[in-house]
Design a protein. Structure first.
Length: 137
């Protein structure tokens, strides 16, 4: 899946997590055949580790957790993203619009080496499990 990306949309996260979330959400919802929602109080928010965004582009479901440049994922967030990827959804961590595009294009998104969340570790995990999943999901 390819995305038309204009330079003004590709921005690293500025100050404040909500600003970043708003930029990413606005971009994702501007795409054709795309619908995304922010985690709200209630059903999603009560599920610890649930991603900041859930949505789809052209029918492909996605889960995106937004982290600032200095943000760190919780183990529950990593487990949530891992489970969604194993189920075949596009899922990952984003620190910018570019990361969100990467995730929904089949890439890995932002890595967290200190927490063992890297593309290489993911591929090792899938190989160890013997799963037939596409490691780019």
């Amino acid at each position: 899946m390819k995305f038309d990306v204009e330079k003004e949309y590709i921005k690293e996260i500025g100050k404040g997590k909500n600003c970043a979330q708003d930029q990413i959400l606005m971009y994702l919802n501007s795409l054709e055949n795309s619908s995304w929602d922010k985690k709200q109080q209630g059903i999603y928010a009560s599920s610890t580790g649930f991603s900041d965004f859930v949505g789809h582009i052209n029918g492909e479901i996605g889960y995106i957790e937004v982290k600032s440049k200095t943000g760190k994922p919780s183990m529950k967030q990593i487990e949530f993203i891992k489970q969604k990827k194993l189920s075949g959804a596009k899922a990952g961590f984003a620190a910018s619009i570019k990361d969100a595009i990467d995730i929904m294009s089949g890439g890995f998104g932002r890595e967290f080496p200190k927490f063992g969340w890297t593309k290489d570790k993911w591929e090792e995990f899938i190989k160890w499990r013997g799963d037939k999943y596409d490691t780019k999901k």
